[in-house]
Ligand binder design. Sequence first.
Ligand code: TPP
Ligand code: MG
Length: 360
Amino acid sequence: MAKASSVPAGKSAAKSAQSDAGFELRSLQDRLVKDRRFKASEAELLNFYEKMLLIRRFEERAGQLYGLGLIGGFCHLYIGQEAVAVGLQSALNEGKDSVITGYRDHGHMLAYGIDPRVIMAELTGRAAGISRGKGGSMHMFSTEHAFYGGHGIVGAQVSLGGGLAFAHKYRGDGGLCVAYFGDGAANQGQVYETMNMAALWSLPIIFVVENNHYAMGTSVERSSAETEFYRRGTAFRIPGMHVNGMDVLEVHQAANIAVEYVRGGNGPVLMELSTYRYRGHSMSDPAKYRTREEVQGVREKSDPIEMAKAELLAMGVDEDKLKDIEKAIRTAVTDAAEFAEKSPEPELAELYTDVLVGSY
Ligand SMILES: Cc1ncc(C[n+]2csc(CCOP(=O)(O)OP(=O)(O)O)c2C)c(N)n1
Ligand SMILES: [Mg+2]
């Protein structure tokens, strides 16, 4: 079942078909186009569905807690983009491959198997949080899981990702780094300095542009001279892939191709995942720069979770089984929220810890 590229309906899909002929570094894209979707077993698709639904319900609850004043500072929700993190990170070697992203990070952490309790505790600023309650929504970290944040400076995580990839190569540990950034961040200079060095040194890194079509209130058409982000590695001889980021099976298929290429010692890949965020940029954004109809249209036509659900039902999965999954997820999310709310805040003395690295 081939899917047309995603959102907003038709914008980049039509353009990319016309402009692709001159794009040289498309060997990986050619492989993807030949066979776009991962042939998931029932168990595999159920697993993707479950992870996406966990992210959706977790983020909805985070939105509620923010409204109740239990989450301070910024909070950027991942609702709508779930298929990207789930489809990609399920192709990684958990704990060995490193992941780094911007401030829209909760979904990536959940997709990487990190406990919802410690993420919610971090959101609410509790000592049990993954950054001991001192990082909040944008600055979560888990070296144990090889998850390196959680970064508030737009684009900075890309250069840091280059460093992580260098470390994988230097140590010879066989790992690779996935560095996520947005369409807005894709216009940052440091992104291209990193691409140059990563290609020059054949570093094991997958650059992932999560093109959700807006950077705060600015659409890609208003901000970007080249809106086909997957072509932006061409100057550095980095092959690009254009992926429907609303279809978890296409994302997973593309991820497998990219991972195989990078693990084979061939240097970096640049993936553009076309996706969409349903909520505002952050909790304080009323999102007046787009119409309700635009958001509704994407939800109706290409919601990643609804699509996976329909496919599971078509495979013959029992509806009751899906209801049980939903129930278990709601319980896990409630448990995470209760755990967070009951957890104590950090001791005052924590103000002075982790400010500087102890030894060099
Ligand atoms: C260096 C820098 N410039 C500006 C900002 C303010 N800012 C925060 S998010 C953002 C938009 C980024 O959009 P995009 O990269 O598309 O990511 P998305 O929020 O869509 O996931 C901007 C300009 C910042 N945090 N850092
Ligand atoms: Mg964006």
